[in-house]
Design a binder for this molecule. Sequence first.
Ligand code: ADP
Ligand code: MG
Length: 259
Amino acid sequence: MNKQTKESPIVDVQNMSKSFGSTQVLKSVNLSVQPSEVMCLIGPSGSGKSTLLRCIAFLEQYSGGNVFIEGEMLGYNDNTDVRKLTSTNELNHVRRNMGMVFQQFNLWPHMTALGNVTEALVRVKKFSRREANEKGHAILAKVGLAERAMHYPAQLSGGQQQRVAIARSLAMEPSVMLFDEPTSALDPELVGEVLQVMKDLASEGMTMIVVTHEMGFAAQVADTVVFLDQGEILVKGSPQEIFQGEKPPRLEQFLKNYM
Ligand code: ADP
Ligand code: MG
């Protein structure tokens, strides 16, 4: 992918730590994601991947360190006056610049695909219904669902629902997309169509952080692969370095499960 290392990073995580009670789940994590970079986050279950994404997305309060989004320090740690942040709408502003797609699609069941994609455009971005529908149709077409705009989630396959969820995030024109195991809840035959949409996004230059167990996707699409183990970044490198290079035993052992 076309990496532009000269620009300031879209996401910059510095010394992030996070504890739940006395359990330290993230230990001084540092990572930065450049414009158009695709970073894949891999690691064993319980290593802290979801917590890291949730902290970046400000869905979870972290315990120490800082997160910069497009150069703006909008920390949401224990020292942050969250009321002040929310009252100035900074937090909402940042959340809106990040799209997040989860394992569970979380679509509104009482709304059509188009309704799911356009709701925030109307309510948050104050588009007229007509403008929102126009944009919604275009984005649904982009994820291959032009024919499904008027279907309800229950009438769609898991793969189609997840593509609607991606479309819903894209509608807000985020500067970075965060994916947390977006294909893990899907039947195997539906995984490919979702990965294809993500590949297309990557090749269009979308900045992405993807937690995934799809090693083929990581090898093919990632610029950077990060191996998280017990709350620490153990290895960070190009797919080639991670998958073909000399590996520390923990990574070797982890990757064996995917051979
Ligand atoms: P992963 O996504 O890599 O599987 P998680 O980030 O979900 O890992 O979890 C990392 C660790 O944090 C696990 O030990 C998990 O049990 C713990 N954890 C996650 N969320 C909470 C929570 N809300 N309360 C307490 N412990 C949590
Ligand atoms: Mg997880």
